[in-house]
Design a protein around this ligand. Sequence first.
Ligand code: NCD
Length: 313
Amino acid sequence: MAFNHKNLIDITEYSADDIMQILETATTFQEVNERKIKKVPLLKGITVVNMFNEPSTRTKSSFELAESRLSCDKLSAGGKSSATVKGESLLDTMETLNSYKIDMVVIRDKMAGAPYIVSQHTSAGVIDAGDGKHNHPTQALLDLFTIWQRKGTLDGLKVGIVGDIGHSRVVGSLAPALKIMGATVYGIAPQTLLPARPDLLGFDAVSSHIDEVLPELDVVYMLRIQMERLDGAPFPSLREYNKLYGLTEERDRLLKPDTIVCHPGPINRGVELDDYMADHPERSVILDQVYAGICVRMAVLYLLLGGNNELNS
Ligand code: NCD
């Protein structure tokens, strides 16, 4: 099936069929990642620029691995070692990189909307790897992949997204993506960590009472408190937050036996999750999410850059 997108910036531009095509393609790449030799020549000759202007461990490393395993040529731009430190603007940097005839830009930036602006100034495709507190679409897709693999479906699942909804870019893509796939999505947060219009994220319901909602859920998705973006928002102490909203061993009894626990990482242990939940052998799928990051980012790069014509031939 043809894949008719050039960019991955706004997940709401993708249909349920588009998303399912990504998840199914990621399953094929999962098989590649289980081989001894994990490299395929599918994107040989394609050049990808990784422009990370904000800290990243999982997203950056999994994009780099995904690109290597697809045999892309890749180069790093942005961050502290680039000319942005000397005052070069994002657009001048883009003009420079365009001269190399690049095919794809993977960009993380503290400015919401930066991937869209870049897409207006390059003929290459653009993938948003996280922009400010706005969007993080590949994180949403790897979360969907992990949940889909574990639960066998997304349609009809009850998913609770808990924590710093007001400052998280993860929720900006995840909540709409879950809705596109037919899940029921609950936002759970103290009032002070909610955006002014949580309804715009597509939640079916919003609650500040975690203990009332937990027994309903098939998936509990815990968000990190975005300390770097709180901007003076009233916030209890970390210990109080953990008591009121943390997913702790004590709250385990409120969950159904097969409820799973997700977190995008990095985890603030002892704040949104205690060790018992973060490392729970049956419930926690956090390391599955990390692994899904490679398979899903391979699928996204492959579909955006090449279509899936040769994959199964
Ligand atoms: C997320 C991010 O950077 O937004 N991390 C990630 O990409 N795995 C979530 C976070 O930092 O809380």
